[in-house]
Design a protein. Structure first.
Length: 180
């Protein structure tokens, strides 16, 4: 299915796989190739780009998102299941499997803050050390974690030990990628 669109305004995008920030001009014709975790992967005559979900309006997409409100949170630690579900909304824009099922999340630790709320420290890796999209993926993970009730702050670190390999992919991820 061809999903070609014309940008209704200038939009900030990230060149894939280099990770270079660029602007795509109003009137640029793009083809949406993936809708992953609320973000968009698009092709243009200049290459492949990731457009953040908040800029989906430039593609004619609905960008309304119900963010969790800490005002209603009871002060208890964030639920582990909610944290993992939030991370399942984070994707490498070139791979149609989330970072949890890819086996990229190595640790997720919760610490109570003196100021109130909780801080999350997460270690993750990438499928390849040269992946220029690493900072964008880490920023997506941080944003998703900070939407979970009770999380006041999140820090995402990219680590390389142990090195990632395909054995770390979940069975569900392997099925999506056609590896089983």
């Amino acid at each position: 299915m061809d999903d070609t669109r014309t940008l209704s305004r200038e939009v900030e995008a990230t060149l894939i796989p280099q990770g270079t920030p660029m602007s795509l001009p109003e009137g640029e014709t793009v083809t949406i190739t993936h809708r992953l975790g609320g973000n968009f992967t698009v092709m243009t005559h200049n290459g492949m780009f990731r457009i953040k979900g908040v800029d989906g309006d430039a593609l004619g997409e609905d960008v309304s998102e119900a963010a969790a409100s800490d005002d209603e949170h009871d002060g208890s630690p964030p639920e582990k299941d909610a944290l993992w579900e939030a991370l399942k909304k984070v994707f490498d824009p070139e791979i149609p499997v989330n970072i949890v099922d890819l086996g990229l999340v190595y640790s997720l630790n919760t610490k109570e803050r003196l100021e109130g709320g909780y801080k999350l420290d997460m270690d993750m890796t990438l499928t390849a050390p040269g992946c220029g999209m690493g900072p964008a993926i880490a920023e997506d993970a941080k944003g998703q974690l900070e939407r979970v009730p009770g999380v006041s702050e999140a820090e995402v670190n990219i680590v390389w030990d142990p090195p990632w390999n395909q054995d770390m992919i979940s069975e569900e991820g392997k099925m999506v990628l056609g590896l089983v």
